[in-house]
Design a protein around this ligand. Structure first.
Ligand SMILES: *[C@@H]1O[C@H](CO)[C@@H](O)[C@H](O)[C@H]1NC(C)=O
Ligand SMILES: *[C@@H]1O[C@H](CO)[C@@H](O)[C@H](O)[C@H]1NC(C)=O
Ligand SMILES: *[C@@H]1O[C@H](CO)[C@@H](O)[C@H](O)[C@H]1NC(C)=O
Ligand SMILES: *[C@@H]1O[C@H](CO)[C@@H](O)[C@H](O)[C@H]1NC(C)=O
Ligand SMILES: *[C@@H]1O[C@H](CO)[C@@H](O)[C@H](O)[C@H]1NC(C)=O
Ligand SMILES: *[C@@H]1O[C@H](CO)[C@@H](O)[C@H](O)[C@H]1NC(C)=O
Ligand SMILES: *[C@@H]1O[C@H](CO)[C@@H](O)[C@H](O)[C@H]1NC(C)=O
Ligand SMILES: *[C@@H]1O[C@H](CO)[C@@H](O)[C@H](O)[C@H]1NC(C)=O
Ligand SMILES: *[C@@H]1O[C@H](CO)[C@@H](O)[C@H](O)[C@H]1NC(C)=O
Ligand SMILES: *[C@@H]1O[C@H](CO)[C@@H](O)[C@H](O)[C@H]1NC(C)=O
Length: 883
């Protein structure tokens, strides 16, 4: 935790700057110039305002949860509602985030805990494979089951809200530090994966938090204060600048799927979008997320991503995390300030009611009223005894019950990682028989971290087998099965010889060992992570795309001696393969991603043929770093102001960029071999009569005003005598009946309301419905199935195997040459065939139209393609999209 503490001290200096900007959010929301027009992003581009913040209405499958939430909120007082929306402060309770409780109504303090691949900062939990790894399974069953098992573990520890899954970053740049937490830079693949994960987590009775909303694509400058650590003192965080079409067709797409799948929470991001902070951007939260996508759950801030009180409330934020302005200041934008803003009429009561209703609706939606148990761990220590309130150093006692929540998840973890392993090259040496005379295993990555699997805080190093990258999106390993151990078990079982060496730089010894072996297996890596940790000069984002720890030199040394060298890559994304890829002595090449606790067993299952590989690359391997056409912004480009990250490439990221530029990838998106072979035939397209698309029309109901808060007498809202006041703890109470004094805000009540309350922001009257909206996920007609595509896939090889047929559509016009729009993972017996079936929805064949602010099917000719990868599409047919 020391790293995070260090961060807290660094940020304190910048506090004043941010507080001064607190009420000025609406200035960042000024009228748009080019944000809704093609082409691309503009330097300093702004985000248009949208008010009022849409109130939830129980649409989709949220009706019952909405009613229960309304019943609950109707009984709540002003202070209780504020308590529910505001975190109690960094390290004030036992989880990485907690909100205030509502003792009068029997509601405990909701517990929020990281992260997307398992429970962070605890013990007796599983370490699941990373999102970016299971993305390569292209397997809906894997995603759901992983989500469900994670959810069960969170539930077992008493956590209400899991801070995952991640789909932002999407993966615009392969160097992006946190790409591995999400599934794939392809929005369609990412969308299916996140929807399955959300359903899995929530079926286990835990609220899923889909994050980070949105365009949090790089770590550099994501938070201005953090950049001081690597030498830049900028005044504001990075702005991701984007046009409306790219937003919809690429970055928002998987969020729409997450909302449609019912995600209970969304976390807004650190960065600005079109120069308005993610957690006070009314266009993105009010208009896009709650309006167009009909999101029914609640928006929470990333930790310290909130920059204003009134501004963020009116722009659609529903929960402040961790509640204090900056860690351990004892001050809050909400808490007391939110109570005051409602009392003095700056924030309308219906907006607070809507925040509380959304939080409680998510609670009921996933069944927390039936599945909740008291939290039995403490995120700030693994010791049994500790402070219940660590920030206040109060209440020493039993804080960790060490509840073992792993169940039989190890089995599926092993299986999921094996199913996610991608075989990129195989001259026929794989699968290994197990009867090789002399097996040599090379690489630091084959062995154990000398400091132990959890020896580096938040996995902030690249030592030992890389089964997880670094940052808050990590979990503690219960154990870590290394490849060396698993391969040794395999070879010893067969009576063979095996020797491993984990020093990447001992070239003489490496040469000697490689020259004796009949098969050499070399493990190499490339790591990355979250921006609060720097490893070997990588500030979260990778500084290059080559292998770490002398990986290439190691491979070259081994291959110079051994004509049967198998290379296994553990990495957070693509790496440049260098000349070894073409070396005939490299007889097989595999990508195993970040496999989790069973890493060694998973790769052994594939190497020795117990699992026939069926994974496909969820991103592109390219030959040159410049091939992707995007790059991390490593140096500020706007003086001391917010660095401007221009998304000028539009929709053309990853394979779409390679396809447009006609660049040959080393291994393309969707590629992956098997120990058997497949053939494709018989494409048929069936058209369904779905009728024309109709925009959503009409008006919403007026905002409901709920609750038992007619008592607005400040005398009744002051800190009660019978409650102990903990230092640094965030409360909803006033300090005195003098509102100004209670705020502690120098500018209290002085701002010209017309200047900082955006027009319409307090209007609780009926509002026009948004044409592309109408239900969670957007206009329900977008999901009408317009076509069913079928193709025959035959197993022409000797073994049972699994194949992922992929469906791409060319939408014509200036859209990418091909976009993924369907896939399935089929298990096929040798000599047999299976039918691939995929549905194409109206959304799948539409483009975003900035003028009508809706999806349209353009006149451009459209073609459907089916095949085993994005560059191998033997079947195609024109699509008749007329309706
Ligand atoms: C809008 O974008 C176009 C094309 O990039 C540019 O020519 C024009 O100057 C921009 N307009 C404004 C007001 O910035
Ligand atoms: C607010 O939450 C705190 C911390 O859980 C609790 O002590 C307090 O009683 C709550 N206040 C109200 C009004 O419910
Ligand atoms: C950063 O710049 C601000 C404004 O100029 C200044 O007040 C602050 O001390 C600087 N911080 C550091 C760490 O240099
Ligand atoms: C209210 O918010 C302001 C910033 O807008 C902050 O300076 C002040 O400390 C907050 N008050 C409380 C009681 O936390
Ligand atoms: C750990 O990894 C770093 C690079 O991330 C390397 O410099 C260091 O030598 C490694 N330590 C050990 C003990 O292998
Ligand atoms: C790329 O970065 C890694 C990790 O910091 C480092 O080990 C490697 O030497 C770098 N590659 C080049 C070509 O500089
Ligand atoms: C391949 O390995 C053999 C030893 O088996 C070696 O003689 C030869 O030079 C190697 N070739 C390359 C291209 O490394
Ligand atoms: C490697 O070289 C040996 C000796 O020349 C030969 O028997 C063997 O078939 C070669 N292996 C491969 C995989 O080419
Ligand atoms: C409110 O009172 C507490 C306890 O006396 C004090 O620590 C805090 O600074 C006060 N807050 C404001 C905004 O005056
Ligand atoms: C209302 O309260 C908020 C929060 O303390 C404060 O920022 C704002 O200035 C107040 N406005 C008025 C009109 O009193």
């Amino acid at each position: 935790m020391w790293l995070t503490q260090a961060l807290a001290t660094c940020v304190a200096v910048a506090a004043r700057v941010q507080l001064a900007a607190a009420q000025a959010s609406s200035s960042a929301d000024a009228a748009s110039t080019n944000s809704s027009g093609r082409p691309g992003a503009e330097f300093g581009q702004t985000s248009p305002p949208f008010y009022p913040s849409p109130w939830m209405d129980g649409s989709g499958t949220w009706g019952e949860a909405y009613e229960k939430a309304q019943d609950f909120v109707s009984q709540m007082t002003l202070l209780e509602k504020v308590n529910l929306t505001t975190g109690v402060g960094w390290m004030s309770e036992g989880c990485v985030g907690n909100v205030g409780s509502v003792p009068r109504l029997g509601l405990h303090s909701l517990c929020l805990e990281d992260g997307p691949l398992g429970i962070r900062s605890t013990d007796y939990n599983s370490a699941f494979p990373a999102g970016g790894t299971v993305g390569a399974s292209w397997d809906r069953g894997v995603w759901y089951e992983r989500g469900y098992q994670m959810g069960m573990e969170f539930r077992g520890k008493g956590i209400d809200i899991q801070l995952g899954p991640a789909i932002g970053p999407l993966g615009r740049m392969p160097e992006g530090g946190r790409n591995w937490e999400g599934f794939s830079p392809d929005p369609y693949l990412s969308g299916v994966a996140v929807a399955q994960t959300v359903k899995g987590i929530q079926d286990a009775g835990v609220i899923a938090t889909t994050k980070h909303y949105i365009m949090n694509e790089q770590e550099h400058f994501r938070q201005a204060p953090e950049a001081v650590d690597y030498g830049y003192n900028i005044s504001e965080s990075l702005s991701s600048n984007i046009d409306d079409t790219t937003l919809h067709e690429t970055y928002l797409w998987p969020f729409a799927d997450a909302v449609r799948a019912g995600t209970g929470a969304i976390m807004c991001s650190y960065n600005q979008i079109n120069n308005s902070y993610g957690c006070q951007n009314s266009h993105l939260m009010n208009y896009i997320l709650k309006g167009e996508l009909g999101f029914q759950g609640f928006v929470m801030s990333d930790w310290q991503a909130q920059h204003s009180g009134v501004g963020s409330a009116l722009a659609g934020l529903d929960m402040s995390m961790p509640g204090d302005t900056l860690f351990n200041t004892g001050n809050t934008f909400w808490g007391t300030n939110l109570t005051l803003s409602v009392l003095n009429g700056t924030v309308p009561e219906w907006r607070l009611d809507d925040m509380a209703t959304r939080i409680m609706a998510a609670y009921y939606f996933v069944g927390r009223d039936r599945t909740s148990i008291p939290a039995n761990f403490n995120a700030w220590t693994l010791d049994t005894m500790g402070f219940e309130h660590p920030a206040a150093e109060a209440d020493y006692g039993l804080v960790n019950q060490h509840v073992d929540v792993r169940a039989n998840h190890a089995r599926t973890i092993r299986e999921h990682a094996a199913r996610s392993t991608v075989l990129m090259k195989n001259s026929g040496v794989l699968p290994l028989s197990g009867e090789e005379k002399f097996t040599a295993v090379f690489g630091d990555n084959a062995g154990a971290n000398p400091k132990g699997p959890n020896g580096c805080d938040d996995r902030g190093c690249d030592n030992g087998t890389l089964a997880m990258a670094w940052g808050s999106g990590t979990a503690n390993f219960p154990y870590l099965v290394t490849p060396l151990t698993a391969i040794q078990n395999e070879v010893l079982g067969n009576g063979g010889i095996i020797q491993g060496m984990t020093d990447n730089f001992a070239y003489d010894e490496m040469t000697a060992l490689a020259s004796q072996s009949s098969v050499s297996i070399v493990f190499v890596s490339a790591d990355s992570g979250e921006g609060f940790i720097s490893v070997d000069g990588n500030e979260g984002d990778r500084k290059n795309l080559t292998l770490w720890q002398g990986g290439e030199e190691m491979i070259d040394t081994v291959t110079s001696q051994c004509n049967n060298t198998i290379v296994v890559i553990q990495s957070t994304g693509p790496v440049l393969l260098g000349s070894f890829n073409d070396n005939p002595n490299v007889t097989a090449l595999l990508w195993m991603g970040l496999a989790g606790e069973q890493a060694g067993n998973s790769i052994a299952d594939v190497l020795y043929g117990r699992v026939n590989p069926g994974g496909k690359l969820p991103f592109t391997f390219g030959a040159e770093r410049s091939d992707w056409g995007t790059n991390v912004l490593y140096e500020p480009n706007n003086g001391l102001g917010a660095p401007q990250q221009q998304f000028t490439e539009g929709n053309f990221i990853d394979y779409r960029a390679f396809d447009r530029a006609g660049i040959d990838p080393t291994y393309e998106f969707g590629f992956g071999l098997s120990y058997t072979t497949f053939e494709y035939s018989d494409l048929t397209v069936t058209k369904h009569d779905v009728g024309p698309y109709a925009p959503t029309t009409g008006e919403t109901a007026p905002a409901p005003v709920l609750g038992n808060d007619s008592d607005t007498d400040p005398a009744d809202l002051v800190f009660p005598d019978d409650i102990r006041r903990l230092p640094l703890y965030i409360y909803p109470y006033l300090n005195s009946t003098d509102l100004e004094a209670s705020s502690g805000e120098e500018e209290y009540g002085t701002a010209d309301e017309d200047a900082y309350i955006p027009p319409g922001a307090r209007d609780g009257g009926a509002q026009p419905r948004i044409p592309a909206g109408g239900a969670p996920g957007g206009n329900p007609l977008l999901y009408d199935v317009m076509f069913t595509v079928r193709a025959t896939v035959s197993n022409t090889g000797p073994r049972v195997g699994e194949e992922v047929p992929q469906l791409y559509v060319s939408l014509g016009g200036d859209a990418p040459p091909r976009v993924l729009r369907g896939f399935d993972r089929l298990s096929i017996q040798p000599g047999r065939s299976a039918t691939f079936v995929a549905d194409l929805t109206r959304r799948d064949v539409s483009n975003w139209d900035t003028v009508s602010q809706n999806w349209v099917i353009t006149d451009a000719p459209k073609t459907v393609f089916v095949g085993p990868s994005s560059r191998d599409l033997p079947l195609s047919q024109e699509l008749d999209v007329s309706v």
